[in-house]
Design a protein around this ligand. Structure first.
Ligand SMILES: Cc1cc2nc3c(=O)[nH]c(=O)nc-3n(C[C@H](O)[C@H](O)[C@H](O)COP(=O)(O)OP(=O)(O)OC[C@H]3O[C@@H](n4cnc5c(N)ncnc54)[C@H](O)[C@@H]3O)c2cc1C
Length: 445
């Protein structure tokens, strides 16, 4: 085979949500872009069709969609997203002997039994302060330490940690840095659309990004694994897929997780930094989806087991396209600890707990079961929020034409919102850089 070299304005490595959204945005701005993906498009945002059910690897829930960066992409690119808003009154906590409202809005706050009397007032006061940005936490204080310092009483403390546990997908909410916690809630408490699903699942969003990329003459290469980077002084000059294929570019955006970066940045000025971020722990969950042939009616579409830190969502209630006619798709997610990983018997125990939760809230599911789907080690976020870990910057001064995006990078929100927001800030940096170059060319001319 003869060696080939392709040149683009911008070369994007990784075809997950970060890579595809950045590519669509820049292609739409007139840049000649290429996306290089080692497997199929979508990364961790995949929709798997099995026996007529469409399982999403992950719940494809977008938090605070009205103020989300995905919404900005939607408007800028004219992509179509079939938003399916969540009904807060159908969100419940399982508190053992009974089920009670999640205080996700004022009605829920009044009705919930997890807070009583004056604690409701105190909780509301804390929410208000967060909304008004009067409380911003501190990067050196975990939320646990912050709660102790402020002498927050037990019930309100537990409520804040339960909320954080469910939003940050963690069993250890007390370890979240308090500044991250307050930044997140100052946006979420102000939203009118706390949670929304994407009708058609992740696949439909990916198709929309691909449509925009292709309509603007972008090129997508799948089954193209980048294994090496070439550099000269403070610039990246090329990325390579094996010995035969080379991609040169003016700018490069790496939308691959730190553990993958570590492999391809060997010998570069960023070798040490890539290693540093690659050693961090991700947020792991177990996902146990079930496709049922007939709906099991329930008064709630989201139920969170406070004691076991696991929840079930009736995905098909919001997205009817994900099941065959009359069917139901339920998704259970259990938050895992780092030390649970690789322990077969511990993971088996989680699976059993999830099945008990299905028995309790969706009795009869076993008789209706068509297809179960279990992921025992799903990475919800590449870098977990804890006091001894931090998100990766989107740019390092060592290489002036190299940028980074993904849910391991600094940005707004959680999960895919981090992928979208880091992708957006990289796109803005690249476009601003181009404007500055044009201005300086004109002023010299
Ligand atoms: C179980 C689960 C539930 C979730 N639930 C939600 C949710 O409800 N809401 C939400 O917003 N988010 C959710 N997420 C998170 C969301 O899926 C991720 O944040 C998002 O998909 C990450 O996208 P990304 O592009 O940043 O990274 P990735 O998806 O990891 O993309 C990286 C891409 O790079 C490719 N790649 C890696 N190495 C190379 C190489 N050397 N050469 C070429 N390509 C390479 C990979 O194949 C991959 O396609 C969930 C995730 C999981 C697993």
């Amino acid at each position: 085979m003869t060696a080939q070299t392709h040149h683009y304005d911008i070369v994007i490595v990784g075809g997950g949500l970060a890579g595809l959204s950045a590519a669509a945005y820049l292609a739409n701005k007139g840049k000649k872009v290429a996306v290089l993906e080692r497997g199929a498009l979508g990364g961790r945002a995949v929709t798997l069709p099995i026996k007529g059910f469409h399982f999403n690897f992950g719940a494809h829930a977008i938090y605070g969609r009205d103020t989300s960066v995905l919404r900005t992409f939607e408007k800028e690119l004219g992509i179509h997203i079939n938003w399916r808003d969540f009904t807060p009154s159908k969100a419940k906590y399982d508190i053992g002997d009974e089920v009670t409202d999640v205080p996700a809005n004022i009605q829920g706050l009044f009705r919930t039994k997890v807070l009583t009397g004056l604690d409701k007032v105190s909780f509301t006061f804390n929410i208000l302060k967060t909304m008004l940005k009067l409380e911003s936490g501190h990067p050196h204080l975990s939320i646990q330490k912050w709660l102790e310092k402020k002498e927050v009483n037990d019930e309100v403390r537990e409520m804040m940690l339960t909320l954080a546990s469910s939003n940050f997908f963690t069993k250890e909410p007390e370890k979240i840095p308090s500044d991250v916690f307050f930044r997140y809630y100052s946006r979420l408490f102000l939203t009118n659309k706390p949670v929304a699903y994407i009708g058609g699942g992740w696949q439909s969003l990916i198709q929309e990004f691909v449509r925009v990329i292709e309509a603007n003459n972008g090129t997508i290469y799948t089954k193209t694994k980048i294994d090496r980077v070439s550099f000269e002084d403070n610039r990246i000059t090329a990325v390579h897929a094996g010995e035969e294929t080379t991609f040169t570019g003016d700018q490069f955006i790496m939308c691959i997780p730190p553990k993958e970066l570590d492999k391809i940045m060997a010998g570069s000025r960023l070798e040490g930094l890539a290693k540093h971020y690659a050693q961090y722990d991700p947020t792991y969950v177990m996902v146990y989806d079930i496709g049922l042939k007939k709906r099991i009616e329930s008064p709630y579409t989201y139920i969170y087991d406070k004691q076991n830190n696991m929840f079930i969502t009736d995905i098909s209630y919001y997205d009817t396209s994900c099941t065959p006619e009359g069917g139901q798709l339920l998704q259970a997610t259990a938050y895992l600890r780092q030390e649970d990983m690789g322990k077969k018997e511990v993971l088996e125990a989680y699976k059993e707990k999830i099945e008990h939760m299905y028995d309790k809230h969706f009795p009869g599911w076993r008789e209706e079961l068509v297809v179960p789907r279990v992921s025992q080690r799903a990475v919800v976020q590449e870098i977990k929020w804890t006091m001894n870990q931090q998100a990766m910057p989107v740019f390092f001064p060592d290489y002036r034409n190299l940028f980074f995006a993904g849910d391991w990078c600094q940005g707004q929100g959680q999960l895919s919102e981090l992928s979208f927001s880091s992708a957006m800030s990289v796109c803005e940096m690249i476009m601003q850089h181009q404007e500055l170059e044009l201005v300086s060319k004109h002023s010299i001319g």
